[in-house]
Design a protein around this ligand. Structure first.
Ligand code: TRP
Length: 331
């Protein structure tokens, strides 16, 4: 039997996960677990590139793990683990820093955006963030990385580093491909539908649907979402609010945009929003129930954390040993 290809992705435990995270990541992730050898990481080392409150970091990490599981990731089929539990990430990251250039890292738009918010003291970790991300991916000989469009530049950099390293030392790393899911890859804000729905958007609660929001709150946020005034349910760039709701609807129901447009033909915005709110609430309800069950089962969670770290460590150390040997380190 041919071995399954390795798929790797990760998310930062740096806030409350949103509907955007669900449709852009979790829901796709669980549909990939048969086809690939999937590795899903909680990237807490990335989270500390901006200051985190220890108690909150702990809470968000546990919650994110429970959400990975509650949205359908199977901890037996996949490797699910916490990044800081596998020391190989920090180690390979250091090594790859010596094969990355100031110039290429300075061009990363995410660094430019995030560093602007840091005043005069920009943590160097923020600058090196994409190198750590490259280490994550390359440690596991990853073929496929499902991420949102905003991660394209980081993935290109990861490929460049891998190719550069391979050119010096021979085939050490698999050069990964980016995988962008078709529908629902990008959920926009409900109040500002021209900007991505983000878990770090704490200024406007109504803009963001958190997966752990009360179901009534979720319903009302959708009902209050910003649309336009021509009352036509058509998928168009001129109608970002309606377009976003159609994307959400189709992301959940797996209907095509054309099907959805015809389902809602002639319907007013009020009824349309109710229909969207209904499917969102029905989708999230069982996830919340499972989430609460999982979070309450401390022993189960501890075991998932331990087993995941063990599985990940085994794979990661294999690559790390090879890298160190190629470089000329003595063991
Ligand atoms: N930078 C990614 C994000 O913000 C998270 C991430 C860290 C990641 N390491 C990764 C994603 C490796 C994919 C693969 O979304």
């Amino acid at each position: 039997m041919e071995e399954k290809k390795v798929l790797f992705s990760g998310m930062q435990p740096s806030g409350k996960p949103t509907l955007g995270n669900y449709l852009g990541a979790f829901k796709n992730w669980s549909s990939l677990q048969e086809e690939y050898n999937c590795i899903y990481c909680i990237v807490d080392l990335h989270a500390i590139t901006v200051r985190q409150e220890p108690a909150m970091l702990r809470k968000y990490t546990k919650e994110l793990l429970a959400l990975y599981l509650a949205t359908g990731l199977d901890s037996d089929k996949n490797t699910i683990y916490i990044q800081s539990n596998v020391t190989a990430h920090a180690e390979l990251s250091w090594i790859l820093n010596c094969y990355s250039y100031m110039g290429e890292l300075s061009r990363m738009t995410q660094f430019k955006d995030k560093s602007q918010k840091q005043g005069n003291n920009i943590p160097t970790g923020l600058f090196n963030y994409p190198v750590l991300q490259a280490a994550d991916i390359l440690l596991y000989q990853t073929s496929v990385v499902p991420v949102g469009e905003d991660q394209r530049q980081h993935l290109e950099l990861c490929r460049d580093i891998a190719i550069r390293f391979n050119n010096i030392y021979g085939d050490v790393f698999t050069v990964p491909e980016m995988y962008i899911p078709k529908i629902g890859a990008k959920v926009m804000g409900l109040q500002n539908p021209t900007k991505k729905m983000s878990k770090s958007d704490a200024d406007n609660e109504n803009n963001v649907i958190y997966l752990l929001d009360d179901l009534k709150v979720i319903y009302n946020k959708i009902k209050r979402s910003v649309t336009d005034s021509d009352n036509q349910i058509i998928y168009s760039d001129d109608k970002p609010g309606i377009k976003n709701l159609l994307n959400i609807y189709c992301g959940i129901t797996k209907k095509t945009i054309e099907q959805a447009e015809s389902d809602f033909k002639g319907m007013g915005y009020g009824a349309f929003k109710e229909a969207v709110a209904e499917v969102v609430v029905e989708e999230i309800k069982p996830i919340q129930a499972r989430f609460n069950e999982i979070l309450a089962d401390k022993i189960f969670l501890e075991n998932v954390i331990k087993d995941g770290a063990k599985k990940a460590e085994y794979m990661a150390n294999k690559t790390l040993r090879k890298v160190k040997k190629k470089i000329g380190f003595i063991s």
